[in-house]
Design a binder for this molecule. Sequence first.
Ligand SMILES: *Cc1c(COP(=O)(O)O)cnc(C)c1O
Length: 231
Amino acid sequence: MSNRDYASTQLAKVLTRIQNACAAAGRDSNSVRLIGASKRQAPELIHGFAEAGLTDVGENYLQEAQEKQSQLGNTALEWHYIGQIQSNKCKPIAEHFSWVHGVDRLKVAQRLHQHTPTERAPLKVLVQINIDDEQSKAGVSVQQAPDLCAKISELDKLALCGLMLIPAPQPDPERQRATFTQARDLLNHINQRHGLNLTELSMGMSNDLEQAVMAGSTMVRIGTDLFGARS
Ligand SMILES: *Cc1c(COP(=O)(O)O)cnc(C)c1O
């Protein structure tokens, strides 16, 4: 099977899952953006997915992403940075991506702001929250998220759009959904408290896509169930 045919089949499967979850939640299926989480996937394969209609890809590692970007230079794709952000990498991240999902401290936001070229559209950013308070995980605490969002919203070369999270896996789908709902409630709380209009919730991966969409996700980041197992 060609990359293109494989991509069409896989893309259709994931889009059907999104549509079904949207239908179950009474949501418009255009309200969820599919981001292909393409770490450790070959550029030729990503190209096949772009030809099949995938519009957005998310990368975790800067060097790998930049190599792919140069190889896929003529392919129309919107690039999301979804990995952890080291503050000394903010310049290339701000210059080479449209979206940055993992902002979890003010210093990183300030550096991204500093390095966002003035002539282009604002860099779209999401604040990562550590929804389950896990020691090992990146993200600002739920308690500190409103204040961080308020401060980032004042940086004019950044467009703060919402929240991103990677919750701990829960065997029980109901509990998983409850965590996602908590994130949606937090987004609403931040908007009310600080007069903001954040609309995006980047949540949902291969194993919990349905629960995330039912709880209000607007961006799902799908790797394995879209591209296949990673090399
Ligand atoms: C790898 C990755 C994904 C996709 O994970 P799958 O389980 O393969 O769908 C989503 N988000 C982030 C931040 C990732 O690193």
